[in-house]
Write a protein that binds this ligand. Structure first.
Ligand code: GLV
Ligand code: MN
Ligand code: MN
Length: 411
């Protein structure tokens, strides 16, 4: 157990160094130099742990331990390895590391699985570079078409394919994955909230993941001189955006049931101190455990947009992501709970307020998810921290679960 914890800490420390903002948290955008460095490390560890490594046409990484059954579907374990701007060291990497360490235990104990074990490291879950998010999992399942992938652009107008080539990836490799090749998916993630820490419980078995949607709203007004244009003659795109954004919390609160609504990104053009803003582009992220709440908030947001349209202002909304709330697979949940009990690890059931690749894959295969406590409930910030001992516990549970799912035997 001690060597497992030491290895986990080594992975976390190393991966956290691949950041574009040293000293200010992890900023690892998809297909960036830091992505390249993290991917090289993950691939090197996969090889060291006896896995056959391949990448797909999105740059997702797969490390496979072959099974003895011919053409059998794989048990996947992993998560994503990109980050939000100035995020932490655990959101994503914790799950990739869990996968790596399950593979290390398979190697250490010389297990031969019947069904292959595949450690996966997915790209662009956060959507920090190309928007929308969950891109690796939406890509392999075909929810994001190759055409739509090609047409994405980052804030500098760079396409994913251009960015891939720049770090030596091959976008012409196969993209969509045949579902027949997947038997199950296990994802470990930090909780990103305060519940497990407050209850002093080391493991959360995820029952459901909230539904979520993201929009990009563009407000077009008229640029003008900040000194000479009378107040009543203005069509100010930023003032309009600010009025709308100020009403969002009320829309979410009125809906209740934990419905939340966030504007986390706002761009102002031309962004001059003495120029009336011509254009603002901002994001809206709406989440709820009940789909009807998401639908109602979308409708109210559209009504709000209509009410501000006109008088020199034009507003448009583009939906970038829509995911229904998802429940995890009951058989896998039972297996995770039984395994935790057998290992004497206290657990509780928990729901996820964050989106995860598990929610995409749950429509295509049997999915199970574990949470470990987050210090002070913090995430998506440099202070994000989880205890490596908790991560090691989760690795033990996934190892035992993966042994059953892959029907592994000792040589
Ligand atoms: C990912 O962290 C998300 O919940 O948006
Ligand atoms: Mn995240
Ligand atoms: Mn995550």
């Amino acid at each position: 157990m001690n060597s497992l914890i030491t290895r986990i800490e080594g992975h976390i420390d190393t991966l956290s160094k691949f950041t574009a903002t040293p000293g200010k948290g992890t900023t690892r955008l998809t297909y960036s130099k830091e992505d390249r460095l993290a991917r090289d490390y993950i691939k090197e560890k996969m090889k060291e742990y006896g896995l056959q490594v391949r990448e797909d046409g999105f740059g997702n990484i797969f490390g496979k331990l072959e099974g003895t059954l011919e053409d059998a579907p794989s048990v996947l374990i992993g998560s994503h390895f990109d980050s939000v701007p100035n995020g932490g060291s655990y959101d994503g990497p914790a799950g990739v590391i869990a996968g790596l360490e399950v593979a290390a235990l398979f190697a250490e104990n010389q297990l031969t699985p019947k069904y292959p074990l595949e450690v996966i490291a997915l790209i662009e879950e956060e959507g920090a570079r190309f928007s929308g998010g969950l891109m690796g999992s939406r890509g392999i399942t075909g929810l994001l078409s190759e055409e739509d992938f090609k047409n994405l652009r980052d804030k500098d107008g760079i396409s994913p394919e251009e960015a891939m080539v720049k770090i030596g990836l091959d976008p012409s490799l196969p993209k969509k994955r045949d579902f027949q090749t997947i038997k199950a998916f296990l994802e470990l993630h930090i909780e990103q909230g305060p519940i497990l820490e407050e209850k002093n419980i080391p493991l959360g078995v995820v029952e459901a993941i909230v539904g979520l949607t993201q929009f990009e709203i563009t407000v077009e007004g008229q640029a003008g001189h900040a000194g000479t244009t009378p107040m009543e003659r203005r069509s100010d795109a930023l003032v309009t955006a600010a009025k709308m954004i100020a009403q969002f919390p009320t829309l979410a609160i009125e809906e209740g049931d934990g419905t939340v609504m966030t504007t986390g990104q706002l761009h102002v053009y031309p962004n001059g101190a003495n120029v009336i803003p011509k254009t603002t582009v901002f994001t809206v992220d709406i989440r709820s455990s009940k789909e009807e709440h998401i639908q109602t908030v979308i409708r109210k947001m559209k009504d709000l947009i209509e009410s501000y349209n006109g008088d020199g202002i034009h507003i448009s909304a583009r939906q970038q992501l829509y995911m229904r709330p998802k429940t995890m697979n009951q058989d896998i949940l039972t297996l995770l709970k039984q395994t935790s009990s057998a290992l004497d690890l206290p657990y509780c059931s928990i729901n996820s307020g964050a989106g995860h690749d598990a929610m995409v894959l749950s429509d295509f295969t049997e999915v199970g998810m574990l949470f470990i406590p987050s210090k002070d409930g913090l995430s998506h910030c440099p202070e994000e921290w989880s205890d490596s001992r908790h991560l090691a516990n989760a690795v033990q549970v996934f190892y035992e679960t993966a042994k059953k799912l892959t029907e592994a035997e000792e040589k």
